[in-house]
Every structure is written in structure tokens, then in C-alpha cells.
Design a protein around this ligand. Sequence first.
Ligand code: ADP
Length: 258
Amino acid sequence: FMVSAAPIFGKNGRVQGTTVVFNDITEIKKLEQMRKDFVANVSHELKTPLTSIKGFAETLLDGAQDVPEIREQFLNIIHDESERMQTLVEDLLELSRLEQDNYQLETTIVDVTSLLHETATLLQRKATEKQMTIHLETEEEVFIRADLNRLKQVVVNLVANALNYTPNGGNVWISLEDGEEAVMLRIKDDGIGIHPKEMQRIFERFYRVDKARSRNSGGTGLGLAIVKHIIDLHHGTIDVESEENQGTTFTIRLPKKG
Ligand code: ADP
């Protein structure tokens, strides 16, 4: 609590009493802490690839560039690490745009079924690399009012996660259910699952259950935070059910009117 006190003066100018105000600052403190954590996280996430880029570039300049195989290997690392930084910066910019008070969705009538087919096609190569199968269970045509590009981002993020957090040979199911007022979109996998303790936190910025695994798969830890924002902007809901080593299901409910 923050306590402040002020005297109350009577007509004659004498102090007649005191007002004491108690302000609950736990919420303010919490927000302040979140902001500090965020800055610390961003700095750390940017510093790691930067240190490696600088280190490999210096080693190249110190003579390693004379050995062709080493040169190629180091240049590849520098390239991959710069790509990591780029993805991170793009995700940060996207998150900051979505958080603006005056952010406006660009809504049109979206054919959700074809959006799901496009996503499956886009991620098919990644699935094939891991010998995984993407199963599409969609109805004929389902239309809702939504922001096409933002919604695509949601589905791509969730399907990419399903592929990332499922061992080779696993499955991803994408299904769509049409209702009177809303549609239900489900992305399910038979992967590593999420411990109940972690379930509430996965939508937080930079929260990852396993940092190393997330990094190796190119994750920034911002994907689900972006997803949650986009769903909120559409007045929808997103829920997660999961069992460790059994799999995870994300269920999105989107009102048809957007
Ligand atoms: P990341 O870039 O790390 O994938 P996300 O915000 O997309 O970041 O996800 C946050 C964390 O939630 C991931 O690091 C992972 O630990 C967990 N997670 C997300 N999707 C799944 C899934 N389908 N199965 C298991 N864990 C998941």
C-alpha cells in the first residue's frame, strides 16, 4: 500500500482533522516489474545472437577466413544468428503494434476453410522434414468477419508450434466447426505436451517451458503472446488443454461478426 495523509482545515484555518488515503499499489508494482522483466528479456535475447555474430566475425578477420571450410561454416552461423535477431525484432514490432490503443484490425469476410488449407500447405515442408502428418478436418466453407493476415498469423503460429513440440513421426490435426454465432478452430498434436503448472504462463511474452528446445526450433517465445492479442482483438477466446507426453490442443472460438 501507498499511504498519503493531508490535514483538513476548518473555517478558522485551524487543523480540524486529517485525511488518510491508502492506495493499493500492488497492481502498479506488478506492471512495473513486468516492464522491467520485459526489457531485461529483450536485451538478453538480442545480446545472445549478437555476441555470437561478433565473435565469429572477429575470428574470421583474425585469419580463419583463409580456411575455406571454416569460412563457410562461420558465415553460415553468422547468417543464422542474424536471421534469429531479425525474427525477434519483427515479432517485437508486431507485438508493439498490436498493443497500441488505436490498433485497428483490417476485417473482411474470410473463408476460414481455405485459410486452413493454405496454412497446411505452407507448413507441409516442415512436416515432411519431421515425417509428420497434418490432418485437415474442415467443413465445406466457413465464413467469418476477421482480419485475414492476422488470423493467418494465429494459425501458422499454432500449427508451427504443434510441429515443433512433437517428436518425429507425430501428428497434427486441424479442425473447424461451424456454429450459429461463432466458429471453433482446433489445433491438436500428439507431442510432448505441457505440464499443468506451465499452462497458464505460456501466453506470457518470452515464457518458454524449455528455452533450448524453443531456440533450436527458431522460436522467440513471443508467438503465443501475439496469438492471444490477435484473438482478443477479434473478441474471441483461446483455451489450451494438454497432457504431458500425450499432446496438446488449442481451441479458438471466434465470433462470426468479428
Ligand atoms: P516459442 O517461440 O518458444 O515457440 P510460443 O510463445 O509460441 O514461443 O510458445 C511458448 C511456449 O509454450 C513454448 O516455448 C513451448 O514451451 C510451449 N508450447 C507452445 N505450443 C506447444 C505445443 N503445441 N506443445 C507443447 N508445448 C507448447
